[in-house]
Design a protein around this ligand. Structure first.
Ligand code: MLT
Length: 204
C-alpha cells in the first residue's frame, strides 16, 4: 500500500450519524493535539488528524510564515493543494465520506482549513475555524461553497488575529455561498469554554 503523504492518526468512528472530523493543529502542535477536542466535540466521529509538514525551527505547521501574519500566497496555495490531495487519498483509504467531512482547525490549522475552503471546496462539507485570520485575501468562487457551513470563532483580545480579520474572512467565504456563523468570545488566542460550547452546538 502506498504510504499517505502526511504523518497522521486515524481513529475510526463508532457512530455512523456523527460526521467525520479533520483535525488541524496549531503551530508547534502535532497529530495528537486535537484528538481530545475532537472526541469531546463530536463523540463517535471518525477522526483524521495529520501533522503539518512544514517546520518553523522544529515547530510543525501547515504552511510557512514569513513573519507574524505574513505569508507567501504561492506557498500557501501549494501547501493547500498538498493537504487536499492527502485528504482525498486518506478518505479513500479509510472509507471516509468527504461530503460529510468537517474540519476542526485551531490557529494555523484553522487558517489552512479556510484556504482549503477557498481553493479546494470539494474537500470539506464545512469547518469549525478557531482563531482563523485572512491568509489568502481572495473570495471563494461564486457557488463553490453552497450548502457548506462554517463556524468562525474569534477572541476579542487575540494578540495574533487582528479584529477585522474574522468578519473579512466571513465575507470571503460567503462570496462562495457558505453559511458562516461568527462567534466572538472574551478571550485571547487560546480557546475559551464558550468556543467549545459553540463548536459542539455547531456539530450537533
Ligand atoms: C499562522 O501563522 O497561521 C497564524 O499566525 C497563526 C499561528 O500559527 O500562530
Amino acid at each position: 500500500m502506498t504510504p499517505l503523504s502526511y504523518h497522521h492518526l486515524f481513529e475510526p468512528g463508532t457512530d455512523a450519524k456523527a460526521p467525520p472530523l479533520l483535525l488541524l493543529h496549531g503551530t508547534g502542535g502535532d497529530e495528537h493535539d486535537l484528538l481530545p477536542l475532537g472526541r469531546a466535540l463530536s463523540p463517535g466521529s471518525a477522526l483524521l488528524s495529520p501533522r503539518g509538514n512544514v517546520s518553523e525551527r522544529g515547530a510543525p505547521r501547515f504552511f510557512a510564515r514569513l513573519g507574524e501574519g505574513r505569508f507567501d500566497p504561492a506557498e500557501v496555495t501549494q501547501r493547500t493543494h498538498e493537504l487536499a490531495d492527502f485528504i482525498a487519498a486518506a478518505a479513500a483509504r479509510y472509507g471516509l465520506d468527504r461530503h460529510q467531512l468537517i474540519a476542526v482547525g485551531f490557529s494555523n490549522g484553522a487558517n489552512i482549513a479556510a484556504t482549503l475552503l477557498q481553493l479546494r471546496p470539494e474537500t470539506l462539507a464545512g469547518a469549525v475555524l478557531l482563531r482563523a485570520m485572512v491568509v489568502l485575501d481572495q473570495p471563494a468562487p461564486a457557488g463553490s461553497l453552497t450548502g457548506k457551513r462554517v463556524l468562525l470563532a474569534s477572541g476579542t483580545h487575540d494578540p495574533i488575529v487582528p479584529n477585522d480579520h474574522p468578519p473579512r474572512l466571513a465575507t470571503l467565504l460567503r462570496a462562495g455561498g457558505a453559511t458562516v456563523t461568527l462567534q466572538s468570545s472574551a478571550a485571547g488566542h487560546g480557546l475559551a469554554a464558550s468556543d467549545i460550547a459553540a463548536a459542539k452546538k455547531f456539530l450537533t
